[in-house]
Design a protein around this ligand. Structure first.
Ligand SMILES: Nc1nc2c(c(=O)[nH]1)N[C@H]1C(S)=C(S)[C@@H](COP(=O)(O)OP(=O)(O)OC[C@H]3O[C@@H](n4cnc5c(=O)[nH]c(N)nc54)[C@H](O)[C@@H]3O)O[C@H]1N2
Ligand SMILES: Nc1nc2c(c(=O)[nH]1)N[C@H]1C(S)=C(S)[C@@H](COP(=O)(O)OP(=O)(O)OC[C@H]3O[C@@H](n4cnc5c(=O)[nH]c(N)nc54)[C@H](O)[C@@H]3O)O[C@H]1N2
Ligand SMILES: [Mo]
Length: 803
């Protein structure tokens, strides 16, 4: 019996139906998507509120979708219904009429809530008033806002060093709140500003900064729509960026081609039935990918090297671009002339013919857009892979020209804006100096903790206060058992949240829940109607204001809460005008325009309909702010991830019915799974070869040894009770949903250079489950994690025991 799992199945009475597995779908969206979105919305909001809310979504005078960071069409080119199925679910989750009030907390002790799944917690409704859990307390109790701020202030004042406090941000936070939040942390004297980006596109930010001098993508929506070739690597837009399918459809109708690079044949990459036009509603829809390369998990570095080598061999190069704008071409070309094709085939699991066919698509295109997301960024070699993608773009001059460029597709709706505003544990010197000059406060230069380092600091006692501006850090980050133990050691955990989640019930000695306004709600902070601003994945900044009555009269905006903490901690005569910030966010926008590069006249520009686009030198003028002042070809060794015999390489991904740790429902329609989340997708022949059958219940056991230390022991981690689903993909690979699989990802297993958890490359073996109630677990709703101690969930195996 695996250690650390002597817990019964979690309690979840939401859905007692059996897990059901059918065939995956061969297209995305269509009328079903509209029907599902409307059903969920009407269930939680009623028909009138549903109509009022959804029609304001992503409109020029409306509010920005809380879902993903995909951009909006230009003002004047938007549909009446400018949203997707999953955007509608995101809005429903926030605009629901269900409420979590003080009665709820009085009825449910924390010891009970911790046994609930994240699905159940989220489905209880919106948080309504500030709550505190006192040391040794059994229940959360109401607390006034002023007392809550005083609890935080007294903890912060008692710290021996400001670096013992951690200020986490999830990427929904507006630019105004983000700017104020980083200013609060830095006023206190710390750069401890980890964010969800550390777990997400950090490998992109680090890789692109080295390759092109700026960590952001270089395309506009128009470029994607007019490209001759769009490459979609390691991304599942049908689920996670559904509005991207409309852009891909436009590209196809304009004669463009699509190359999908993904271990799974995702429905959204096969065919799209656009519910906005009749062809999509009654017809067959639009075929998307012209070629699907079923790459082995983690094979992309090798694949892009091979594509580069073929383009070199065929002399399919933009010589002028290479000569005028790049650095390091000779070394790169020499490296690829030595390419070891056997290693390429082993790493990618593809044939040479398949790779040549893909390379020909590059050769035959004079304007290529390269898109990628988590399938690229969450591996040990991810930074190198991002640079390899940039290399291939440079070969053909596919940057800074129409219909071409690099397109990392961001996750959270404002994750890119938060970074622009200074949410960064290692903000550059020019930014820190600008803050210092603007506010005349000393700003620390020591780098802060990123997300992984924050867990370690809490675990080791180097930090004792954790403040989360949105998000669900405990469930989102790797190594759940270790993380939960770290949180339990904190003196104070504070969460500014809209919905109940696991981070509220795995808590420090004192814990606060501070309920915030959501983006769909009217913000009357300071007595005037306030707007906020956000930046999408393509650097477009625009304003957003919500139409709805707030879920409760006690809610405060994130800006208001940050200013409240600052005033309680730093006092009213602090150099930063916190009172003026909360009275009128325009004051914050004026400060942004003086501190943030490229944001001059920010307050005025966001008044233009549709907003404005931040400067991006490679996109705008083919200038590259790298040290070499050119686009830099990177040379990276080709590595093949070795998976021992009898093990699988597991990627952890999203179902169609979740937003990160927020579980909307239990169906992954496109992959044929209904009423359950504890499934592991395995190639049919691997299922048999490993001695199992489709439908068996297994525990997932991850095996990890420090790759930099050959003598280290193998450490195992277990996540119990997953149903095996035979599912087409490259041999040796497997897939399962996050966050249920986060207990398997070691905290120390991170990407080189970006420290992002390797949640897409986890070496696992399957073990027949020994849990009595395993059937119940596997048909259970949502998120199950151990609440055991960190060391209990691990067992140590000596290296020679690993075959
Ligand atoms: N509805 C909805 N929308 C979302 C989110 C959500 O949870 N729900 N999350 C938001 C956030 S924060 C983010 S970051 C994005 C995430 O958007 P995605 O990156 O699309 O999210 P994942 O589900 O993690 O999907 C990763 C994809 O990469 C593939 N993949 C896995 N490993 C590899 C590999 O080694 N190589 C290649 N080539 N492919 C691989 C998987 O099969 C899968 O198709 O979506 C955002 N939008
Ligand atoms: N194994 C594995 N782990 C992963 C990933 C993976 O692919 N695999 N993906 C990683 C990625 S890409 C990301 S981005 C992270 C996500 O990590 P997070 O951003 O920390 O997690 P979310 O689940 O998006 O946070 C949801 C919570 O945010 C709060 N919230 C929602 N809207 C608002 C709002 O408007 N204001 C405030 N104040 N709070 C709000 C709600 O209370 C909700 O419970 O997870 C990472 N973890
Ligand atoms: Mo993300």
């Amino acid at each position: 019996m695996p250690l650390g799992w002597n817990r019964s199945a979690p309690r979840d009475d939401l859905d007692e139906r059996e897990l059901h597995v059918g065939d995956p779908e061969d297209h995305a969206a269509g009328p079903t998507a509209v029907a599902v979105a409307m059903k969920r919305a009407v269930e939680q909001m009623g028909p009138i509120r549903t109509a009022r809310t959804l029609l304001r979504l992503n409109q020029v005078d409306g509010f920005d979708c809380q879902g993903c960071a995909w951009p909006d069409p230009d003002a004047g080119h938007r549909h009446t219904a400018e949203f997707c199925e999953n955007g509608a679910k995101a809005v429903t989750e926030e605009a629901t009429l269900r409420r979590v009030d003080r009665r709820f907390f009085a009825d449910h002790p924390v010891a009970e809530l911790v046994e609930r799944t994240d699905f159940w917690l989220g489905q209880q409704g919106r948080l309504t008033e500030p709550m505190v859990l006192r040391p040794g307390g059994t229940h959360y109790e109401p607390i006034t806002w002023e007392d809550a701020f005083e609890v935080i202030a007294s903890h912060l004042r008692e710290l021996a060093s400001p670096d013992e406090a951690i200020f986490y941000t999830s990427g929904k936070t507006s630019n105004e709140a983000a700017f104020a939040y980083q200013l609060l942390a830095r006023s206190l004297g710390t750069n401890n500003l980890p964010d969800c980006s550390n777990m997400c596109h950090e490998s992109t930010s680090v890789g692109l900064a080295e390759s092109i001098g700026i960590g952001k993508g270089s395309v506009s929506l128009h470029d994607v729509e007019t490209a001759e070739l769009v490459v979609v690597a390691g991304q599942n837009p049908g689920t996670n960026h559904p509005r991207m399918l409309s852009a891909l459809e436009k590209a196809k109708r304009g004669g463009g081609k699509i190359l999908a690079i993904n271990p799974l044949r995702e429905a959204g990459l096969v065919r799209f039935k656009n519910p906005q036009n009749p062809r999509g509603v009654v017809g067959r829809g639009t075929d998307l990918a012209d070629l699907h390369l079923p790459v082995r998990v983690n094979g992309d570095l090798a694949l892009f090297q091979a594509i580069g080598a073929l383009l070199l061999e065929w002399d399919a190069l933009d010589h002028d671009f290479i000569e005028q704008h790049t650095h390091g071409f000779e070394e790169y070309a020499a490296h690829l002339r030595e390419l070891d094709w056997d290693a390429v085939l082993a790493a990618t699991g593809l044939s040479r013919a398949q790779i040549e066919e893909a390379a020909q698509m590059f050769r035959d295109s004079s304007a290529t857009v390269l898109c990628w997301a988590m399938g690229i960024t969450q591996h040990r070699n991810s930074v190198a892979t991002v640079k390899e993608i940039a290399n291939v773009a440079f070969l053909q001059g596919n940057i800074g020209k129409p219909g071409a460029g690099l397109c990392p597709v961001r996750g959270h709706s404002n994750v890119q804006g938060d970074r622009t505003m200074g949410i960064w544990e290692r903000s550059p010197e020019h930014f820190l100096r600008a803050v210092e000059d603007e506010f005349e406060i000393p700003v620390p230069r020591r780098h802060g903790y990123d997300s992984v380092a924050s867990v370690r600091a809490l675990h080791d006692g180097d930090a004792s206060v954790f403040i989360g501006m949105g998000g669900n850090f405990v469930a989102a980050i790797s190594d759940t058992a270790v993380t939960e133990e770290a949180f339990r050691r904190a003196a104070l955990t504070v969460h500014v949240s809209t919905k109940l989640n696991r981070s509220h019930v795995v808590h420090g000695r004192t814990a606060l829940i501070l309920p915030a306004l959501g983006r769909s709600e009217r913000d009357l902070t300071g007595g005037t109607r306030q707007r906020v601003t956000v930046e999408d994945s393509m650097s477009a900044v625009h304003a957003s204001h919500g139409p709805l009555e707030p879920a409760s009269e006690h809610l405060r905006s994130e800006v208001d809460i940050i200013c409240g903490i600052a005033l309680a901690t730093l006092g009213a005569d602090h150099a930063v005008p916190w009172e003026r910030f909360r009275a009128d966010y325009t004051e914050i926008r004026h400060r942004i325009s003086r501190v943030v590069p490229g944001a001059a006249a920010y307050a005025e520009k966001v008044d233009q309909p549709g907003g404005f686009v931040l400067p991006h030198p490679p996109r705008d003028s083919r200038t590259f702010p790298t040290r070499q002042e050119r686009a830099v070809f990177a040379v990276s060794p080709l590595d093949v991830l070795h998976v021992p015999e009898g093990r699988l390489l597991l990627q952890t991904m999203r179902s169609h019915d979740q937003f990160n740790t927020t579980i909307y429902g239990l169906d992954d329609r496109y992959r044929g799974v209904r009423n359950g989340r504890r499934v592991v997708f395995v190639h049919p022949e691997d299922v048999t070869a490993l001695g199992f059958a489709d439908g068996d219940l297994v525990d997932l056991v991850s095996e990890w040894r420090d790759p930099d230390d050959d003598s280290s022991a193998v450490v195992e981690r277990v996540a119990p009770a997953f149903r095996v689903v035979a599912y087409e993909q490259p041999r040796g690979c497997a897939a399962a949903y996050y966050p249920e699989t986060n207990p398997l990802v070691p905290l120390a297993s991170t990407a080189l250079g970006s420290n992002t958890p390797t949640s897409k490359s986890v070496v696992v073996r399957l073990e027949r489950t020994t849990h009595d109630d395993a059937r119940r677990w596997s048909s259970d709703a949502g998120h199950v994690v151990p609440s055991g101690r960190g060391d209990e969930a691990k067992r140590v195996v000596e290296p020679d025991q690993l075959s």
